[in-house]
Write a protein that binds this ligand. Structure first.
Ligand SMILES: [Fe+2]
Length: 612
């Protein structure tokens, strides 16, 4: 059975294709359109997936959309009308969007793909999330929590999944409905703190580390978490219809003070260069951090309450999570120690993009077709590229012509010439050259295989650096990523060395550590070796890499560890500021040309800037 899954029109549009039990691929549309979190329609992702298999739309047995557009439309209609005439303008634009396009998504899929309308279906949004959370875990049975902004009406799902003989039995036991929403609650505070809702929630989480939860009593009035694990959101404090602009009321500002103006400096630093001058945060800056800490704490209380409720209602020892809130890796870390669950699984892409694959898994589960390949899914599902044409292009254009492409806002580049070396099948030679560069303090763009499906760079589209060299991390922040200094980096570590950094995991490394989904304290014994990747509180969000997960990346980590004593590397996503992670070799080359990235590895080719 060939099934194409599609998510579109809210957060991250994506498509996924399974053909006869094999996951052909999955990709977020942003990787092709280069629009971060592109919420549009994943036409290019769909085209790539069909081309990858040499298929036409008519060859598909089913196309499935990740939510019910008609039901969602009733919620949009009801929520905007309930505030009339306050939001008459946004009502007009919402109706234009919905009546012009979104309401007819299944018709559009049928037309675009030339698939009979009978073969185009929908899955309830939180059932797509539930299948996405559970099926890839490999568990035969598990409790399930789905936590997001909002689907049709539901914002939270608590349920249980079972799989036997390839058939999925998915029971949703309880739901919370709009406007009770943990995702919208956190997104609203993200907007209050001057970051973009549904995009920069990780900045709120990072800022929280610099604060104390001094406003927790106010926030607990906004999100009331019951002792039974239920929660209620009081929407007299926020106005979700204008989420993304200014969703806060006078009542909220009276209690918390004015919101932060977007783009204004936040002088907190996750790491410091010894001897450098630092600007002391003002009272207002500290207030923002304290508000972030308060929102984070109350979110954690709600997530813990729900997880413990799920444990009571299902009796399961396993928990699978999905929805955008599952990306809050400080909250998910607490699940490890403050719930009865022994195994916790989050898919590599727990958000709306991943729900495209979840919708496919749901359909296959209904038809008893969940084979082993659908039950064990890693993150490397995106398109692979041959770097050959990009390398050929280099012979026609030299670095002399690159200065015009310099990333705006970065200081001028030092003069350099370019060296290019191809290693063919000599992986050891490739790894040894990259290790030499990393030891020398160079920043390396590492581009291999298919790109990751999900928000994290996990060794196929990564920027790598020496994890102990703070000055290199500072260069990465200021001359490559142009990134806020309060946001920490993280490291990848080879499985064999993981217990030295995380001795608390002696009884077993959690699944969440495979895809950078959990924030944990790092053993002081290795602090000096990973100094540049530690957050201010001595934590990190690690990726524990096994040879099976990513053989070449694992080899690189081990080779680096032979020189430094710890097989760990600073790993951050391969992108320039405000852009999606790179997909193709051309895009990787452009970041290399526009920033102070020192070395670029494109498959077997090593490109180096040789400074004069
Ligand atoms: Fe969702």
């Amino acid at each position: 059975m060939r099934v194409l899954g599609v998510s579109a029109h809210f957060h991250t549009a994506a498509a996924a294709l399974v053909d006869n039990g094999t996951v052909v691929g999955a990709a977020a549309e942003e990787r092709f359109t280069r629009v971060k979190h592109d919420p549009g329609f994943p036409e290019r992702s769909i085209r790539w997936l069909l081309e990858e298999r040499g298929l036409r739309g008519a060859d598909l047995d089913a196309v499935v959309f990740y939510e019910q557009p008609h039901v969602k439309f009733t919620r949009v209609l009801a929520s905007t009308l309930s505030t009339f005439p306050k939001h008459h303008r946004s009502f007009g634009s919402a109706m234009k969007r919905w009546l012009g396009d979104r309401l007819w998504t299944t018709n559009k899929l049928s037309r675009l793909l030339d698939v009979h309308p009978d073969r185009v279906g929908v899955v309830v949004h939180h059932r797509s999330h539930a299948a996405q959370a559970f099926v890839g875990s490999g568990f035969d049975e598990s409790a399930i929590l789905t936590l997001d902004g909002v689907g049709e009406w539901d914002t939270t799902g608590l349920g249980r999944g079972r799989i036997s003989d390839g058939t999925l039995d998915l029971e949703i036991l309880e739901t919370h409905r709009y406007p009770d929403s943990l995702g919208l609650f956190y997104a609203a505070f993200t907007t209050f703190l001057g970051f973009r809702a549904n995009s920069e929630e990780c900045s709120t989480m990072a800022l929280a580390t610099f604060g104390e939860p001094k406003y927790a009593s106010v926030v607990r009035q906004i999100l009331k978490v019951g002792t039974d694990g239920s929660y209620r959101f009081d929407n007299s404090w926020f106005d979700f219809v204008s989420l993304g602009q200014a969703p806060f009321t006078r009542k909220l500002i009276a209690a918390l003070g004015p919101p932060r103006v977007p783009g204004t400096p936040l002088p907190f630093e996750s790491f410091r260069v010894p001897g450098s001058d630092t600007i002391a945060p003002t009272e207002d800056h500290q207030r923002y951090a304290d508000i972030a800490a308060s929102a984070q704490l109350v979110l954690e209380e709600a997530v813990l309450g729900l997880a413990n409720r799920a444990a009571r209602l299902t009796g399961s020892k396993r928990l699978c999570l999905s929805g955008g809130v599952a990306l809050n890796c400080v909250a998910t870390a607490r699940l490890l120690h403050e719930t009865p669950f022994e195994d916790i699984w989050i898919p590599p892409d727990p958000g709306d993009g991943g729900a495209a694959l979840g919708a496919v898994q749901h359909v296959l589960g209904e038809n008893g077709l969940l084979g082993p390949a659908c039950r064990s899914i890693g993150p490397y599902l995106g398109r692979s590229y041959d770097p050959g044409p990009t390398l050929d292009m280099l012979t026609h254009m030299g670095p002399g012509s690159w200065s015009a492409y310099r990333q705006p806002g970065l200081p001028p580049a030092a003069p350099y010439t370019l060296s290019v070396e191809r290693l063919g099948d000599d992986d050891d030679g490739l790894v040894s050259r990259v290790v030499d560069d990393l030891l020398a303090g160079r920043i390396v763009g590492w581009f291999q295989g298919g790109f990751e499906f999900g928000p994290r760079a996990l060794g196929n589209r990564s920027l790598l650096a020496h994890p102990a060299r703070v000055e290199t991390a500072l260069k990465l922040s200021t001359r490559v990523k142009a990134r806020a200094p309060f946001r920490p980096y993280a490291f990848s570590i080879a499985e064999a060395d993981a217990l030295r950094a995380f001795p608390q995991w002696a009884d077993g490394i959690p699944y969440m550590a495979r895809w950078m989904q959990v924030v944990v304290p790092v053993s002081e014994a290795v602090h000096d070796q990973v100094r540049a990747t530690l957050h201010i509180d001595g934590t990190t969000r690690p990726q524990v890499v096994s040879p099976a997960d990513n053989p070449l990346y694992h080899k690189l980590l081990v080779a680096f560890g032979q020189h430094t004593g710890l097989a760990a590397l600073l790993n951050t996503s391969f992108n320039a500021r405000g852009e999606p992670i790179v997909s193709s070799p051309d895009e990787a080359l452009m970041v290399f040309a526009r920033t102070d990235l020192d070395t670029l590895v494109l498959g077997d080719a090593v490109l180096r800037k040789v400074y004069s």
